[in-house]
Each structure stands twice: as C-alpha cells, then as structure tokens.
Design a binder for this molecule. Sequence first.
Ligand SMILES: Cc1cc2nc3c(=O)[nH]c(=O)nc-3n(C[C@H](O)[C@H](O)[C@H](O)COP(=O)(O)OP(=O)(O)OC[C@H]3O[C@@H](n4cnc5c(N)ncnc54)[C@H](O)[C@@H]3O)c2cc1C
Length: 414
Amino acid sequence: MNDVIIIGGGPGGSTVAALMAARGRRVILLEREHFPRFHIGESLLPYNWPIFEELGVLPALEAAGFPRKTGAQFHLGDGRKSLKLVFREGRFTEQPQTFQVERSIFDHMLLRNAAAKGAAVREGWQFQRFEQLPDRVRVNATDPQGAQHTLEGRYLVDASGRGNVTGNQEGLRVIHPKLKKMAIFGHFNGVMRDEGEKGGDTVVVRLADKWFWLIPVSATKVSVGCVLDAKELAAAKTSPEVLFHQIVATSPVLCERMKDAQLVGEFRTTSDFSYYNRRLTGPRLLRVGDAAGFMDPIFSAGVYLAMFSGKLAAETIDACLYRPFGTRWRFAHYERKTFRALRFYWEMVEQYYTKPFMELFLEPREKWSLPAAVNAALAGELTGRWAIHWRMRLFFWLVKLQARRPIVPRIRFD
Ligand SMILES: Cc1cc2nc3c(=O)[nH]c(=O)nc-3n(C[C@H](O)[C@H](O)[C@H](O)COP(=O)(O)OP(=O)(O)OC[C@H]3O[C@@H](n4cnc5c(N)ncnc54)[C@H](O)[C@@H]3O)c2cc1C
C-alpha cells in the first residue's frame, strides 16, 4: 500500500512528494494536468531558499537563469510616495534573496525532482473523491484515458490548490466576505525595469481600491497584473483587456513603466481567491498550500506558504508512519502552525486595503526597529520569533491609531 497519496503537483504537492520519497516512503502523486502548464504566482519569498536547499533544487534553479529578487517596491499610482525594501537590510531578515519565476518551468522542475527522488508521479490523473477508513484512505481517480481507478494509502495530502477538492467534498470552504477580488494579467516584453539589482524587484503600484504587480520573470518578460473588485469589471461593461489599459492610463507610474510594453500571449483573468477551509486536517488527511487557504496575492506569499506547509506535512506524516501513536496530537500541531501562518498573511492583507496601513507602511520610522520587523515578515519569517511578533502587534496597533489621530501625514488617492 502507498504510504501517502498526494493530490496536485504544484509547489505544495511536489514538496511533500520529494521530501517523503527521499525518506524512502512510498509516494504516489496525482496531477490532473500535463506539465509544463501555465500557473500564476511568480514572485517568491526569500524564506523559500532553505526549502529549495533541502529539496536539492537550488543548483537547477540557479542554472535556469531566473531573475534574482532582493527586494520589493511599493508605489502610489501618482508617484508621490514609494517604499523600496531591500531584504538584506532588515535586521531580523535571515534570507536576503530569492527568485522570480515562470511557474510553468519552476513547477515542472519541482515535479521532476519529486519523481527523481522516487515518487510515482501520474500526470493527467484527476482525483474524484476520497473515503476515510479506520486505517487508510481510499481515493477514486480517473487516468488520462478516462478509466476509473481506486487507490489506497495510509495518508492523503490534498495539495490541489484552488481546486480545493477535499475541502469542497466536505463543505469546509469559507470565502472572505469583503475581499471579492479578481485579477487581470498577462506577460509583456518591453516593460521598463530599474537598473541593476533593483531590476529584479517585485514592483507593486497601489491605486485607491486596486493595485498592480510587475514581476520580471525572465531577461525580457515581465508579468503584469491588476487586482480589483470583481464588480468593477461587470460595471465597466467592457473586456478585461480594455479595462486593464484604462486603469494603466490613470497612473503616471504605470504609464511610464508600460509605455513600450507589448503583450506576449494572451490576457487572463481569475477570481474568488480569498478563502480558507474551516479544518486543515482529517483523521488521515492534511491540506497544504492553497488547498488549506489563500488570501490575495499582494505579499507574494502563496508559493512559500505552499512549500512551508508541504514541508511541515511531510515531517508530520513521516513521524506518524514511524510511530503511529500521537497522530492526533501531530495533526493538531500541523493545523495550528499552518493556520497561524495563514492568519498572519490574512491580517496583513486586510490591513493593506486600508488607507492608514498604507500611510504608515510608506512612511517607515526607525523607531523600535518596526521597519525591520515588517521587512522580515514580508520575506517570509514565520517562526513566530518574539522580537518580530511584538513589533508587528505594535505596528498593527499604530495603524489603528493612525485611523483616528494621524501620526504620519495622510495620503490621497486621486
Ligand atoms: C492573481 C494571483 C497572483 C498570485 N501571485 C503570487 C505571487 O506573486 N507569488 C506567490 O507566491 N503566490 C502567488 N499567488 C498564489 C499562488 O499561485 C499559489 O498560492 C500557489 O500556486 C499554491 O501552490 P499549491 O501547490 O498549493 O497549488 P497549485 O500551485 O495551484 O497546484 C495545485 C495543482 O493541483 C492540481 N489539481 C487540481 N485539482 C486536481 C484534481 N482534481 N486532481 C488532480 N490534480 C488536481 C492542479 O492542476 C495544480 O497543478 C497568486 C495567486 C493569484 C490568484
């Protein structure tokens, strides 16, 4: 029997598969697509780096020539204010750099690595349902020819991303009541980049109720996307592409960067990406990455959270296979840790859409090393270090104070 069945071959599923197979566990991974396939989510976080090392993929990622990301920039759309963050300058930030990636290539590398470590990777296989038995899980899936199969394993990992297959089967998905957002995006050549190291930064341009990302994904291509209220497209009664260009035209910062931009391929859209599942575990099931939950891409944390929870899931299941007593306690620990990481980013995202947050965020004061704590948090520092924790609590409290009595100048979105 399989030790673990994994649904989904994105970064979360590949991480679990590679780490468990490397420990000699029998792993089968079902992926409904054939790789390489397009995926959005191209800006990684520095704290991904040690996971790349552990997976043994760092040399291949370095050889692939992905742009290096050493910082992130946040600009107001009118260019009046900006913040340029450099990870290595953060006192608490232990990882100074990461990559910006084309996900079709990156995900394929991670999946091949899982197979090379010994995981049985089945592409074109679609998970249908699972059934919980006392000592195992039973999974129904269809192969690329449409034939039905029943597989059994000691444990099941749902890494199906926004497919959220087991959460949907159990009716656990909770959609964020306020953040009903969508994204319009594409890849472009000819987008203006900064000189030198800063040319690898993620650039975020904030407008009143929407924002843009600009992420260099190769020597020539930049991923550009707009996150906006889903109802705005419906009200605009125009195509996503036209609306995208109309919004770009409202911002001098975007006009400048996009003046010579040419679309490569097609415009794409996606929506309803802020949700979580009420439970992240079942008796023999762990949900990782987006199949646990996801909240707005503003802080580029999705891939990191998928790999962070994937690593934790692999360690948890491996320990349970080694010593079955204490499974409930280990699963509860997994759920607590993963929820804590998700909650942290949810709070950051909810705050990000408020004006007082932007006012303080764009006007960092060197007091109490608050900017250093924010720097570490945005790099992916999730270990819960007290030095960062209390500073982030204070920062959020100051945001509340700023809403009532300004401690830094107000900003206007014109
Ligand atoms: C607009 C937008 C922008 C984003 N930008 C960023 C960013 O800049 N940086 C970042 O880190 N994150 C970003 N994200 C988030 C990021 O895309 C995800 O968090 C990340 O891909 C999650 O990885 P995963 O392995 O959990 O899921 P995925 O990468 O989605 O992988 C899940 C896999 O499961 C497979 N699958 C689904 N259903 C089934 C089934 N029934 N049977 C078999 N296989 C199945 C899918 O084909 C897929 O390959 C963004 C998200 C959005 C919506």
